[in-house]
Ligand binder design. Sequence first.
Ligand SMILES: *Cc1c(COP(=O)(O)O)cnc(C)c1O
Length: 432
Amino acid sequence: MKKIFPLSLARTEQLASQFGTPFYIYDEKAIRANIRKFIKAFSIFPDFTEFFAVKALPNPYILKILASEGCGADCSSLPELILAERAGITGEQVMFTSNNTPEKEFVYANMKGNILNLDDITHIEFVEKACGNLPDYISFRYNPGPLKQSGVNAFIGKPEEAKYGLTREQIFEAYKICKEKGVSRFALHTMVASNELNLDYFVETARILFELARDIKEKVGVSVEMINLGGGLGIPYKLDQKPVDYDYVAKEIRKVYDEIIVPSGLDPVKICWECGRPITGPYGYLVTRAIHEKHIYREYIGVDASMADLMRPGMYGAYHHVTVCGKDEVVDEKGEIIPGANVHIYDIVGSLCENCDKFAVQRPMPKIDKGDLLVIHDAGAHSRAMGFNYNAKLRCKELLLREDGSVMQIRRAETVDDYFATLDFEALRNFS
Ligand SMILES: *Cc1c(COP(=O)(O)O)cnc(C)c1O
């Protein structure tokens, strides 16, 4: 699929001179169109809700946009809980899916009436002690464990090596304990995938959860009122990949719902996702300027962004498509080199003292000149959010392209003062 950037060269140059590079820019119109399509597809389920995974793009302006489209928030830490609240997402519109959770975070989420999604059976007692009593409403995260145990699918990775969730036996025990302690409302959750494009995988995950919900009702007499299918829907980072067909996934999961949930007497049960990546990922871009070219054993283009702004390529070799503003691509929509194109092979690099600080490795590109603006695509999720400060690199700003075509800054770049904010230079003066 061809990658598009919503701004012309002239407009991008204007933004670059107004705000300075590098910057992230998110496309509000595209985010809204996508979330509407997503919610519409899954609205064939009772009371469907998408809890946007805040960690994917923790910016309150984005959260406010998504909240206005009906999304809740999936949070995993105290600052994320606060961020969601500041964006106006409150109460049971917030799912607290944390793990190895500190006491005060449970206390905060409980005080705010957020849904606590417990990651372990011992957390029942932990929460009870921390909060004084258990909330009325509790969710548990299920870990399906070895494949033979779940008995269903081959796509699920290796849940038995994952630190998350409760085993099947513990799940029954956990609902039983909570029921005896007077908890009256229950939910069930799992999350075992990441960036998955195989649609059948999600149908199988739903089947596992639906069967478990049925078994919980039969064995423990607890009817869950919500089933959260987790996140993990992938996006086509590569040109030859296809986006997830929301309607297909929804309809296939609906068949399983009708087969398992309806006869079990659990219908209607609220169905949820807590996706991050597919909601904003394709609609964010990192714009950076080529500031150096270097010709040694390979051809290098040095840009003013670094791995500290976007670590996915450096950390796990993730592919992000890169285009040059105002220059034609040398590959077609399948990623194949266009015959006759003037191809240059580059490593596109940042300035970190780490050789993995490369946005692209041996990438066929049009000729890049110093001063060109490069667009790194699919940077709307798990991108700025994963940034860090190693090498004292300061993370870049975030801009929002509004529906009317105007652009506003929704987070400024970090400054040297930000970097020094945790240091006490007064005390240093007297230190010897
Ligand atoms: C990371 C995460 C998500 C979101 O994952 P995406 O791949 O961005 O959809 C949802 N739930 C939990 C528990 C997570 O850890």
